[in-house]
Design a protein around this ligand. Structure first.
Ligand SMILES: Cc1ncc(COP(=O)(O)O)c(C=O)c1O
Length: 408
C-alpha cells in the first residue's frame, strides 16, 4: 500500500497555499503544519466551550468531555494507559518540571547519564541536578559520526546509575537510536530511562509500551497538533516523582506535573491528531480494515512514503562535491532530517538563498550545540537542515535540489 500523497496534502491547508506559490516546506523538525482536524477542534472549542471544564453546567461538562477525548485518543495511538499521560506547554518546560519532580527519587551522590547528542531540552535540566549533588556522567558521541555506542554506555552504567536520558532520534543527524536495547541496559542496573522522542514522533507515533521507557517525551506541534509537550510516564515512575502542583492538588494525578495548567482547547485538539490518523487509515484501508494495530500500520505507511524523497535527496547530496552530510549517508535507520555543511559559504547564507527560490529549510545548531562541538563544527555557524515528513512530495525535494544546484 502506498500513501496517497494528494489525499494527505488536502488535510493541511498550509500545504495547499504552498503548492500554489511553489514553496516546499522542509522545516518539519522545527514544527509541522497543522492538519485541519486539529484546527477544527481548536476553533470549535474556543467558539463553543470557553468556560472552565469539569464543573456542573452542561457546557462545562461538554468541555471536560472534549478534553477527555483528547487523552483517550492519544493513549490509544501510543498504546499506553491514559493515566500515563501528562501535558505541558513544551518538552523543554516539561523536563524543567520533571527535574524538580525527580528530587523525590534522586539523592546526593546518585549518578545520572546524559548524552551530548541530545537537544538541550533533554540535557540541561538533568545536568543542572549537579548543583544538588548528583553526579552527571556524559555518554559521548563518536566524534566522526555523531553516533552513540552501546559499548560506551555499558562502561558508564553501574549500580549507582539512577537515570539514563537519551534521544530516540537526533534532531541534527536523523539517526534513530536502539531505544528498546538502551532502556533494557538501564533497567538491568536498576536505573530509569528518559527518552526524548520529539524528533521521532512526527514520523509516526511509537508504541511507547513496547519501547520500555519510564518517561517518553515529545511535542505535539511537530505531530500536526497543538503546541503541547507530552510526557508519557509509567505509573511506577510517576509514583517516584514529587508533585509540582499546588499543595491541594497533589492527589489529582493530572495536576501533579502540570503546575501551569494546560490550555484546555489544546488538550481537546489532541483528538484532531488522532482524527487525522484515522482519516488516513480509513482512506487507505476502509473503515472495516484491520484496526488492531492502526498506529503501526500508519507508521509504516509514513516511513515508506518518507523513504522515497529521502533517498532522492541523499543521492543528490552524497554525490555533490561541495556537500558534507552530517549524519548517516543512507536512509537505513534514520529519519528524513538531513543536515549538511556546504563548502565555500555559511549554512545560513545557503539556506537564505535556497529559501529565496522556494525551498524552506533552516540553519543553526537547533539547540544541540553540544553535538556540533563534539563533531568539530562551530555551533555559531551550525549546519544547514532540511527535514521532511510524510506529506512532503518528490516535487518538494526536486524543488530543493534545483535550488541547491543553483546556490551551492
Ligand atoms: C529533539 C528535540 N527535543 C526537544 C525539543 C524541545 O521541544 P519543545 O520545543 O517542545 O520544548 C526539540 C525542539 O525542537 C527537539 O527537536
Amino acid at each position: 500500500m502506498q500513501l496517497d500523497i494528494n489525499f494527505v496534502r488536502q488535510q493541511f491547508p498550509a500545504l495547499a497555499q504552498s503548492s500554489e506559490s511553489k514553496i516546499a516546506f522542509l522545516e518539519n523538525a522545527g514544527g509541522s503544519c497543522l492538519c485541519t482536524q486539529t484546527t477544527e477542534i481548536l476553533n470549535s472549542y474556543y467558539n463553543h466551550h470557553r468556560v472552565q471544564p469539569y464543573h456542573a453546567t452542561p457546557i462545562s461538562q461538554d468541555a471536560g468531555n472534549a478534553m477527555n477525548a483528547g487523552y483517550t485518543a492519544l493513549a490509544t495511538y501510543l498504546n499506553v494507559d491514559e493515566n500515563d499521560l501528562y501535558f505541558g506547554p513544551s518538552t523543554s518546560q516539561n523536563t524543567y518540571v520533571l527535574a524538580n519532580a525527580l528530587w523525590g527519587y534522586l539523592q546526593e551522590g546518585d549518578e545520572i547519564i546524559v548524552t551530548n547528542q541530545d537537544h538541550e531540552a533533554n540535557s540541561g535540566s538533568w545536568r543542572r541536578l549537579k548543583n544538588r549533588g548528583v553526579i552527571v556522567r556524559e555518554w559521548q558521541v563518536d566524534s566522526e559520526t555523531g553516533s552513540l555506542s552501546l559499548e560506551k554506555l555499558h562502561n558508564l552504567l553501574s549500580e549507582k546509575t539512577k537515570l539514563v536520558a537519551f534521544p530516540h532520534c537526533s534532531n541534527i543527524l536523523g539517526e534513530i537510536n536502539p531505544v528498546v536495547k538502551i532502556c533494557s541496559m538501564a533497567h538491568q542496573v536498576g536505573a530509569k530511562a528518559i527518552v526524548d522522542g520529539v524528533s521521532f514522533a512526527g514520523h509516526g507515533l511509537p508504541d511507547v509500551k513496547d519501547l520500555g521507557a519510564d518517561i517518553y517525551l515529545f511535542s505535539l506541534y511537530k505531530v500536526y497538533g497543538p503546541h503541547l509537550g507530552v510526557m508519557v510516564i509509567s505509573q511506577q515512575m510517576a509514583g517516584l516523582l514529587e508533585s509540582q502542583g499546588h499543595y491541594f492538588n497533589s492527589a489529582e494525578r493530572e495536576k501533579r506535573l502540570m503546575p501551569a495548567g494546560p490550555d484546555h482547547a489544546q488538550i481537546a485538539a489532541i483528538k484532531g491528531v488522532s482524527n487525522y490518523f484515522d482519516a488516513v487509515f480509513e482512506h487507505h484501508y476502509g473503515v472495516d480494515g484491520a484496526v488492531n494495530d492502526k498506529a503501526a500500520i500508519i507508521r509504516s505507511l509514513f516511513h515508506e512514503a518518507e523513504r522515497i524523497p529521502l533517498d532522492r535527496l541523499l543521492a543528490y547530496l552524497n554525490q555533490h562535491p561541495k556537500v558534507t552530510i552530517v549524519g548517516p549517508k543512507t536512509s537505513h535507520n534514520r529519519a528524513p532530517t538531513i543536515s549538511f555543511l556546504p563548502q565555500g559559504q555559511s549554512p545560513h547564507a545557503l539556506v537564505r538563498s535556497v529559501g529565496d527560490l522556494g525551498a524552506m529549510g533552516a540553519a543553526g545548531h537547533f539547540y544541540s550545540p553540544r553535538l556540533l562541538t563534539a563533531l568539530g563544527i562551530n555551533p555559531d555557524s551550525g549546519v544547514a537542515r532540511y527535514s521532511l515528513v510524510h506529506y512532503n512530495s518528490l516535487a518538494d525535494v526536486d524543488l530543493l535540489i534545483d535550488a541547491l544546484e543553483q546556490c551551492l
